[in-house]
Design a protein around this ligand. Structure first.
Ligand SMILES: Cc1cc2nc3c(=O)[nH]c(=O)nc-3n(C[C@H](O)[C@H](O)[C@H](O)COP(=O)(O)O)c2cc1C
Length: 153
């Protein structure tokens, strides 16, 4: 099973994290796609989708993730059998809306029948860790969860 990393960004952090995650999996079939151009119609059941998405505005999606979310919500395909991972990015100084951008996608994917695998990854821009370091520290747990779920990616 191949892995497609779908990133949604406003100012480039999520794109950088997506690239670093891909680089950390050289032995796997991984591609990186921008949610501003990737169409929900392209989703395939035989692929594992790894979302990397920041938060903007007031707990909203970054502009780069909006086209994907809006189209997915418009066409609402049945995603039973689809599995995905989630790495959300935000800043805890926004205490009421911390990391909620990615949660819009998570909620919709779940509503449509897809199943999240592994722990929900997070990066807090107010922490001492860089977003890439947080994502790379989280990745082994995700890969272990894939293996435990029998997903050969
Ligand atoms: C104008 C603005 C609004 C933001 N709003 C939120 C927010 O509501 N909640 C949150 O957790 N983070 C918020 N953030 C923090 C970003 O999600 C964080 O800096 C992230 O790393 C940006 O990633 P990106 O460059 O991929 O968009 C905001 C950042 C900016 C600049």
């Amino acid at each position: 099973m191949s892995i497609v990393i779908l990133y949604g960004t406003e100012s480039g952090n999520a794109e950088m994290v997506a690239g670093d995650l891909a680089d950390a999996m050289p032995d796997r079939e991984v591609t990186v796609e921008d949610m501003s151009v990737f169409e929900p119609e392209e989703l395939e059941e035989g692929t594992f989708y790894l979302f990397v998405c920041s938060t903007h505005g007031d707990g909203e999606l970054p502009s780069g993730a909006l086209p994907f979310w809006e189209e997915l919500d418009a066409i609402r395909p049945a995603l039973d059998g689809f599995r995905y991972g989630m790495f959300g990015m935000g800043d805890s100084t926004y205490s009421d809306t911390y990391s909620q951008g990615s949660e819009h996608i998570d909620r919709l994917m779940t509503e449509l029948g897809a199943q999240r695998v592994g722990e929900y990854g997070r990066h807090d821009a107010s922490s001492r860790q860089t977003a890439s370091d947080a994502a790379l520290a989280w990745l082994p747990g995700l890969l272990a969860a894939l293996e435990a779920a029998g997903i050969d990616a």
